[in-house]
Design a protein around this ligand. Sequence first.
Ligand code: KIV
Ligand code: NA
Length: 275
Amino acid sequence: DTKAITPPDIRSRKGGTPLVCLTAYTTPVARLVDPHCDVVLVGDSVGMVLHGLPSTLGVTLEMMITHGQAVRRGIKQALMVVDLPFGSYEESPEQAFRNAARVMSETGCTAVKLEGGETMAETIGFLAARGVPVMAHVGLTPQAINTIGGYRVQGRGGDAERIRRDAIAVSEAGAFAVVLEKVPEALARRITGEVAAPTIGIGASAACDGQILVVDDMLGLFGDFRPKFVKRYAELGEAAAAAIASYAHEVKERQFPAAEHVFADAPKHAGTQAT
Ligand code: KIV
Ligand code: NA
């Protein structure tokens, strides 16, 4: 049995071989990504990717727990992290602890992720001191979409210094890793050089200590969502559409089911089990 990766293992990978991270929301996808990943994140992106929501704001704790339970069954070695959804942790460190503990006990995940910098530092320290390892998330934070006003690159102008302070604050508060989303390369490199926790980039260049992508995005499964920072390693959406079109055609032409898919009245040979 392989030994599971722990938050201290991740923290100690600072500056080493880049950390490989992907999202998963289901058991079969967790099984596919687990052997290759250091971290598997049950992201609240599940709301947009699997449930058709317009943003991550409508994602509930119950959704995260249901998908977390599914992912748990598919992971053997990666560190499993579950996103705390909007509204489940911002109010107070106590609220964050109560909901994080519920997510950990009901899903069997090892850590949680939450969005926010200096504002969330106290909460991160409170959780870390009470047995809840925290992955932080700064730069573009999609749960703040309504205050930010869009999914633009963050830290290009005067807010670079704020993002730098956010990353330092969450790392000093005890986050075992920091997701840096959609920031320019120079800022990502500077932050990565300054914070003790490994930085995990998404749209933040190869200067980070690791990378994360939404697995459905990199597999080409999630519709027409093609941001610059997503490399499509496959076009599974196109492959699926072609397969479904073939099925529809063959059903209408009575080409499917063919002889090999059909049951005869009785087994052809004595002793052969009908299947
Ligand atoms: O929800 C998510 O998938 C995420 C990653 C993209 C970092 O937060
Ligand atoms: Na997220």
